[in-house]
Design a protein around this ligand. Structure first.
Ligand SMILES: Nc1ncnc2c1ncn2[C@@H]1O[C@H](COP(=O)(O)OP(=O)(O)OP(=O)(O)O)[C@@H](O)[C@H]1O
Length: 384
């Protein structure tokens, strides 16, 4: 097909006030430009993109949050003569790509913005005739195999036949910053992705449990962030790692063995909160989902949050493993997460599944949690 631009549409942004909308549109354009080389023009709720490499643009636009759908298109000047010529060439291309023949039921859908000396229906009927001059296909307006869209916008007319679904959501970087606790598992990368989809900039924090977990885990974290970063071109994810082994050892040595996982999670939230305060983030995000594993009971989820003032968001809380895995596969993190990381040897034989606040407080005091958190936080490092 001989396309000359991509039309991108956005959804929710269009519902914002003009001022916010303009800011979000500008950010969306910036993110598109950071994702692939292109020229971009905004006009009346549409974004017109001319990529340097067309196929690359069509593939990568699917990674830009805020884009609801998009269409590779051909544009022309709004006049019968130009539309006829361009549509004829467009249909000839469809024929040569076997996308239409004499048996293909087709429809023309015409939309119009601006003043013209024809109505949308008149233009659609006219274009139907142009198509049938190229290929004698039957018109079927109710159940077509192929729909050709003719969008007349003032002086310009756009012709396309595909509407590719985009990722939706809001432009990355329009909704503040969050610290995501990112393990090497399946869930937390999906949680990060969903927050990015809602427009949040992400700082990914990984707690390296070495010697209770193998060194491979940090490498997997690295790979996961690199994969997620393909959706974050305008606002890349920052990587932070802390050594968490000493903290875990202190928990094992000084608090009831049963409480190790509760103290582990609680410490992570505290460290994430400190990092969030330092970097100006507004919330902490994790990959919890109620009841997914023995330790993710509602009482544990609540008890581990004791003492943390910043909101902790768990975007997967109501999803089941199948739903989470489906997203992980779609976004390309599943293949990395499924690599065996060797697990965590700090997990006790019988981990606490019904932690209550009093016992959590006692365990925190027993291990001198505040001091251990300070020590762990001192060695935080950047990986980017
Ligand atoms: N080593 C870690 N570093 C940073 N965050 C972690 C780590 N381990 C767990 N978390 C956070 O705690 C949440 C729940 O912990 P859990 O032990 O169930 O995770 P997991 O099964 O190892 O990984 P995931 O939930 O990502 O699949 C994770 O979703 C993640 O947000």
């Amino acid at each position: 097909m001989n396309y000359d631009l991509i039309i991108a549409r956005y959804g929710e942004i269009g519902l914002k006030s003009p001022k916010i909308r303009s800011r979000f549109e500008r950010k969306l354009v910036k993110n598109i430009k950071a994702t692939f080389e292109c020229d971009v023009e905004r006009n009346q709720g549409r974004i017109y993109i001319c990529p340097d490499d067309f196929e690359d643009g069509v593939e990568k636009l699917n990674r830009v949050f805020g884009v609801v759908s998009y269409s590779p298109a051909t544009s022309t000047h709004t006049s019968y003569e130009d539309i006829d010529k361009t549509l004829t060439e467009y249909v000839e291309d469809l024929v040569s790509e076997n996308l239409i023949d004499e048996n293909t039921k087709f429809a023309i859908k015409c939309r119009r913005v601006g003043k013209h000396d024809f109505t949308s229906q008149e233009m659609a009927a006219h274009c139907g005739g142009v198509v049938r001059d190229v290929v004698l296909a039957p018109v079927d307006l109710t159940n077509p195999d192929l729909t050709i869209f003719v969008e007349v916008r003032e002086e310009r007319t756009f012709i396309f036949h595909e509407k590719i679904k985009g990722p939706g959501g809001l432009p990355l970087g329009t909704q503040g910053k969050v610290v995501v606790l990112l393990s090497s598992g399946i869930d937390s990368p999906v949680a990060a992705y969903l927050m990015m989809k809602r427009g949040c900039e992400v700082v990914a924090l990984h707690c390296n449990n070495d010697p209770f977990a193998g060194p491979k885990v940090t490498e997997l974290f690295n790979q996961l962030v690199d994969q997620l970063n393909i959706y974050a071109k305008g606002t890349p994810i920052k990587k932070r790692v802390i050594d968490y082994g000493e903290y875990l050892q202190a928990a094992k040595d000084n608090a009831p063995e049963k409480m190790t996982c509760v103290l582990c999670k609680s410490g992570m939230y505290h460290i994430a909160e400190k990092l969030a305060q330092k970097l100006g983030a507004d919330a902490i995000v994790d990959g919890s989902s109620v009841g997914q594993v023995a330790s993710q009971t509602l009482s544990n989820i609540l008890a581990t949050r004791y003492g943390v003032e910043m909101p902790i968001l768990s975007p997967l809380i109501g999803l089941d493993k199948e739903e989470i895995t489906a997203i992980a596969k779609e976004i390309g993190t599943f293949e990395i997460s499924k690599i065996d990381d060797g697990g965590c040897s700090a997990v006790p034989k019988y981990p606490e599944t019904r932690a209550d606040l009093e016992r959590v407080k006692e365990a925190c005091e027993a291990m001198n949690q505040d001091v251990e958190i300070e020590k762990a936080f001192e060695n935080i490092r950047k990986l980017d």
